[in-house]
Design a protein around this ligand. Structure first.
Ligand code: AMP
Length: 195
């Protein structure tokens, strides 16, 4: 099963992907996590991506497409995967189709977590406060001002990805403002409809 989770930053894609991994035994491929690992390791890609990520902008399509191409080729992704945070532009979505087609594969579904953009800012303020209270580092891009930039970039560049999958008949929607358990139930319903 090859799935894409769509929705703005803070919509709960990471939380839901973690649950789906446990349930279906397929890996979550998060470009955000892969980029953060590259930054932490100080790789050439990490060095290029660091400043863009900290400002809340988008890393170039070429970099993220390359990262995903490599990751999809790893053994644990053979059975399937859940893409989280990718594709973020129509150019990335097209590149994904091409790289999968070259391997004789395709996406089974794109599921959008629908959210209220204004309430998201509150959600992210809480996420930062909870991390701080737990003694964990707060992501620089979870700073409310940077978060607003990330949200603006979502509506400018990424919102067009949803209709891209709609036109292919692959798009499903789940209310992302519901409780974690209800969102999970909504996702399960979509997945069982896929058979
Ligand atoms: P995330 O954890 O998915 O919110 O990603 C954190 C940051 O990594 C984003 O704000 C972007 O700077 C960068 N990033 C992650 N995925 C992508 C992508 N598909 N395209 C461009 N930039 C990305």
């Amino acid at each position: 099963m090859r799935l894409i989770l769509l929705g703005p930053p803070g919509a709960g894609k990471g939380t839901q992907a973690t649950r789906l991994i446990e349930k279906h035994g397929i890996p979550q491929l998060s470009t955000g996590d892969l980029l953060r690992a590259a930054v932490a390791a100080g790789t050439p890609i990490g060095l290029k991506a660091k400043a863009v990520m900290e400002s809340g902008g988008l890393v170039s399509d070429g970099i993220v497409v390359g990262i995903i191409n490599d990751r999809i080729g790893e053994p644990d992704a053979k059975k399937g995967f859940i893409l989280d945070g990718f594709p973020r532009t129509v150019a990335q979505a097209e590149a994904l189709d091409e790289m999968l087609a070259a391997k004789g594969l395709k996406i089974d579904a794109a599921i959008e977590l629908e959210v209220d953009a204004e309430k998201l800012v509150n959600r992210i303020v809480n996420r930062a406060a909870e991390a701080k209270a737990a003694g964990q580092p707060v992501r620089k891009d979870d700073d409310p001002e940077v978060f607003k930039t990330r949200l603006a970039s979502y509506f400018r560049d990424t919102a067009a990805v949803t209709p891209y999958y709609g036109a292919k008949g692959l798009l499903h929607r789940v209310d992302g403002m519901a409780s974690i358990a209800d969102v999970a139930a909504g996702l399960d319903k979509v997945l069982s409809s896929l058979g």
